[in-house]
Design a protein around this ligand. Sequence first.
Ligand SMILES: Nc1ncnc2c1ncn2[C@@H]1O[C@H](COP(=O)(O)OP(=O)(O)OP(=O)(O)O)[C@@H](O)[C@H]1O
Ligand SMILES: [Mg+2]
Length: 208
Amino acid sequence: MGNTRILHMDNVYLSREGQEILRGVTLTVARGSIHVVLGLNGSGKSTLAYTLMGSAGYAPDRGRIWFDGQDITDLSISERGQRGLTLAWQEPARFEGLTVARYLGLGMAKPDRERVDAGLRAVALNPTIYRERAVDASLSGGERKRVELAAVYAIQPKLAILDEPDSGIDTMSLETSRPSSAGWPTRARRCCSSATAMRSSLWLIKPP
Ligand SMILES: Nc1ncnc2c1ncn2[C@@H]1O[C@H](COP(=O)(O)OP(=O)(O)OP(=O)(O)O)[C@@H](O)[C@H]1O
Ligand SMILES: [Mg+2]
């Protein structure tokens, strides 16, 4: 695989409960580029994201996936994470007893306060207010979604997969909290406008 490609999936098929969802998907992502996948509800965007990330139950029936020059098709989700691939979930989970700062530090070899704060600022959350908040039901859905994006930003992956990054975020805050502002690649701003109009998207993006 050429060094210009960060991700390549070749002719991937995947079925769930006997239903074929991915039918021969081939996708190449060049280093430094941003891809936005648009599709109707139920068309398979989240399934594509889980398959790329290696979630349990999402091993392809056929086809291979390469990331950063290595065949990762048979690697676990944590092995893919260690190699620099990460996913912001469409519906992030809540965790009782975990602070925002600790949650953002989980993906770092050594928790780094500066990176945690930079991640929160990138999604327009004030670190002083949110650092010690719990990642539980006390966060609103939109706040939880922003914390998930902040975590992706803070761990500085080689490639981030963002599943509907602006769903749940109020339209008045979209310009300041979406990942296309505050240091995320400015080229994403144009992509995001169309994704927002479609209201259904999956992004493949490299945070700065
Ligand atoms: N475990 C499963 N068993 C049966 N069908 C499934 C399973 N998981 C997903 N599907 C189906 O696969 C299709 C694709 O789902 P997926 O969540 O990938 O869509 P999506 O494009 O992300 O949709 P949305 O825009 O609503 O987020 C849907 O029809 C869904 O019902
Ligand atoms: Mg989805």
